[in-house]
Design a protein around this ligand. Structure first.
Ligand code: BES
Ligand code: MN
Ligand code: ZN
Length: 497
């Protein structure tokens, strides 16, 4: 994608399509009003006849408007003027791009954000516009024998800006927004690939590729022997039913000073979760190929981070394996020992995410990180609690929690905090080991977080449960690339401190 910031009047802008907006009650946005003037009120006349949209995200394409250089004008509904902010901008941009893909337009100029309010920081306008456009253009057709028909790929995105200073600011942001978009697309691709392709080795190869492409990233791939050496009994208990070998993947990005403690990102990489001996019921089990979306988010974030060259250090750690039932699989009741010497009674082999993560968290501590964030499609209970809109955020540390929540708001990749507290830890009581890997049904997402907490008590740690947000089900089934946006914004903010 090519990017351009332009202070041209929308009427004089040369490109295949101009995008302007209209609020409820037929009120044209600034750019639409300018075009209305140059087209001798063509837009306001259409609006009066109710031929223009008004509801947020509705879009109408007009061709050959008099007095306008571009061949097409797309008018998109912006909803209530008083409520039009970054989230609405993103939605309007998405609809606009979807409508434009049905035309032949290759270069498109966006004139949706107005001065002031939510839009006073042009950098956010750039990020949200660029990311929304890429998301809307994303297609996953790697596994089709013929690529699906996608008539128009937008090749050039022009952002209409108020003045030269705004143009300059916007120009400085395009590369970073593009890097984030590519990171999100990578996370989506990895999530969408089936488990017979996206294996632990595939994730390892992807990490190696990121290392090859960016000299600021080094990688280390470890196997079963290393897990044994580290004493990762919990991780081993999950992989032991599978034929495919496990991988412990490590990526190290060095953008900060040598002495800066790194941020550790730990991503759950179950490439397929059958549940193991505690086998899952058949309906929807195909969606358990998405059980590595935490790992995918770490890879997408590491790639974006390296492209953006943020001035910080970050380690990505991905425990990757399959959770399969077989003659060598873990049985309910088996007791294993974790890397830090705790014993765990595995009462349910389907609660496998926390088993690979507890060992990976112990391993993360060896980097003496300033912060550890784990990202996991950890519990169905989180989907019940929050649905797909918010990721679950659990952290006993108020400052870290608020930094992550804020990053989510800025990025439009929202999280909602749930408690981590001793109160829930007693659910994990075992008669035979230090604790069990499951509690009861109540507060399932919190109990899972509290299990992980036992391994990072002395750390500045947060857990993101992305079971609801990492992919969509139904007719739009597919990975969302979340929470790469949240993580990158958090790391960008860190880099500015
Ligand atoms: N990967 C699943 C969580 C999941 C389920 C995510 C459905 C998205 C949709 C995880 O490994 C799992 O199976 N968790 C169990 C835990 C339970 C046994 C305590 C669950 O949520 O049912
Ligand atoms: Mn499971
Ligand atoms: Zn799982």
């Amino acid at each position: 994608m090519q990017y351009q910031a332009s202070e041209n009047s929308p009427s004089r802008q040369i490109c295949d399509c101009i995008v302007v907006g209209i609020y409820e009650k037929r009120s044209l946005n600034t750019a639409a009003a300018i075009m209305d003037k140059s087209s001798r009120s063509a837009l306001s006349q259409l609006a009066r006849k109710n031929d223009l949209p008004a509801a947020l995200g509705e879009a109408t394409v007009l061709r050959k408007l008099a007095g306008v250089k571009a061949a097409r004008v797309l008018v998109v509904g912006l909803g209530k003027k008083t409520e039009f902010g970054l989230a609405e901008l993103e939605k309007a941009t998405t609809s606009a791009v979807q409508a434009i893909t049905k035309t032949g337009a290759k270069s498109v100029a966006f004139y949706l954000a107005e001065n002031g309010g939510d839009f006073s920081d042009i950098r956010q306008v750039v990020f949200r516009t660029v990311v929304a456009a890429h998301k809307a253009l994303y297609r996953f057709d790697q596994m089709k024998s013929k690529p699906s028909k996608n008539p128009s790929r937008i090749k050039k995105l022009i952002l209409g800006c108020a003045d030269a200073a705004a143009c300059e600011e916007a120009r400085n942001e395009f590369a970073a927004a593009d890097a984030l978009s590519q990171g999100i697309a990578l996370a989506r691709d990895l999530g969408n690939l089936p488990a017979n392709v996206c294996t632990p080795d595939y994730l390892a190869d992807e990490a190696r590729r990121i290392g090859r492409d960016h000299k600021s990233v080094t990688t280390k791939i470890m196997g079963r022997k290393d897990l044994e050496k580290f004493g990762m009994g919990a991780f081993i208990s999950v992989t032991q039913g599978a034929q495919r070998p496990p991988r412990l993947i490590q990526l190290h990005y060095r953008g900060g000073a040598k002495t800066d403690a790194p941020v550790a990102l730990v991503g759950k990489g179950i490439t397929f979760d059958t549940g193991g001996i505690s086998l899952k019921p058949p309906p929807g089990m195909d969606e358990m190929k998405f059980d590595m979306c935490g790992a995918a988010a770490v890879l997408g974030t590491m790639q974006a981070l390296a492209k953006m060259q943020l001035p910080i250090n970050v380690v990505g750690i991905i425990p990757a394996c399959e959770n399969m039932p077989s003659g060598t699989a873990t049985r309910p009741g088996d007791i294993v020992t974790t890397m830090d010497g705790k014993t765990v009674e595995i009462l349910n082999t389907d609660a496998e995410g926390r088993l690979i993560l507890c060992d990976a968290l112990c391993y993360a501590k060896t980097f003496k990180p300033s912060t550890i964030i784990d990202i996991a499609t950890l519990t169905g209970a989180c989907v019940i609690a929050l649905g797909d809109h918010y990721s679950g955020l659990m952290s006993p540390h108020d400052e870290l929690a608020s930094e992550l929540l804020t990053a989510g708001v800025t990025a439009g990749d929202l999280a909602w905090r749930m408690p981590v507290a001793e109160h829930y830890v007693k659910n994990l009581k075992s008669n035979f080991a230090d604790f069990a890997n499951v509690g009861g049904r109540p507060a399932g997402a919190i109990t899972a977080a509290c299990y992980l907490w036992q391994f990072v008590k002395d750390q500045n740690w947060a857990h993101l449960d992305i079971a609801g947000s990492a992919w969509e089900s139904g007719s739009n089934k597919g990975a969302t690339g979340r929470p790469v946006g949240l993580l990158i914004r958090y790391l960008m903010n860190k880099g500015q401190q």
